[in-house]
Design a protein around this ligand. Sequence first.
Ligand code: HEM
Length: 381
Amino acid sequence: MPSTGPTVERDAAGEWHVRGFEAARTVLRSADTKQAGFNAELIARIPNMMNQPILYQDGKVHQQQRKQTARFFTPKAVSDNYRAVMERLADQLVKKLLRQKQVDLSQLSITLAVRVAAQVVGLTNSYPGLPQRLEAFFSGNLTNLRLSPRTILNLLTNQVRTLAFFTFDVLPAIRARRRKPQSDVISHLLAQNYSNAEILTECITYAAAGMVTTREFISVAAWHLLERPELRARYLVASEEERYTMLHEILRLEPVVTRLYRRTTAAIELDNAGVPVVIPAGDKVILEIDASNADESIVGDLPLAVCPGREIKGDRVPEMVMSFGDGVHRCPGAYIAIQETDIFLRRLLALDSLHIVSKPSIRWNTLTTGYELRNFEIAVR
Ligand code: HEM
């Protein structure tokens, strides 16, 4: 359930919570903010980082980087370059289910999400086990920074996992691309003279932003469609456009990233239900995406129900509302995520006897600030 409360509110700690869609969009589109989520303020303090990962860049440098990498993410590029890979992987995963009769969907979804994003990034020279290495990496608690024996142990374990990811995945990819550049993010970063450490950090950023998120969305979308036979039946006969609308509506209701964070660099004025509010420079702003996505002035009645094709009001508001963010940091991987989910779910849901054996366990992921679905057993007869 999204949190409720005023459109804009300052809490006891002095942090601002923005829940209304228009106010959230104003913040995300403002030039007077800096990224403050995904540990950005810690990353900014790492010494010898000439080039920050894209998610943490601001201003001209960020604009330039988005412009230069946009060619990997356009709908045409996604369809031309990655559709065949997505189809091949989806076929393999469905075959695995048919062979084993019962599988954990969260294991299929991580394999798909990791392999697809790996193509875009250029992590294609790995030793076996990339999905497992990333899963172990992101299962470590990266956000608790209070010094305690447990935190120290976590940090050491994470260092070992980071080293494994670098040695078995990132370094082989860098070496291959130094010999022969390709059309992917790592080749682009090498052309920009990024160091190995900077490329590693960018790969971790893409893994968190692209792989972890898409994995969860695939599972949650399958769950909705399996629990609503009429939606599943409609999905299987619908056109691609209508299927995407259905997926967008599920993503609106189930944003994988429920909180975005910014720090203001100048005062920003917001409309708090007709009353102007000024957020001063230097304050932290927490954008509550789940609440903005359920803003009735934008999505109409029954904001917490799945109603594909619902009328969305407002100026060019996308069907998934804020689930891919807004403004300069808006997710470049949106088409990739939706296309790969659709390619996989069409094949999966078409299996007549497919059913849920046990619903997934739901945990909170502190890095993405969203749900984590695990042990989602599905089967065919
Ligand atoms: C359902 C899946 C996905 C969801 C829900 C999602 C969500 C988001 C959101 C909300 C942001 C904005 C962060 C902010 O403003 O602070 C973002 C940024 C980003 N996403 Fe995604 N994402 C998904 C899939 C992907 C994929 C497949 C890729 C790449 C292969 C990707 C790459 C990125 C990158 C690189 C950024 C940073 C962009 C920037 O800072 O300019 N995402 N994503």
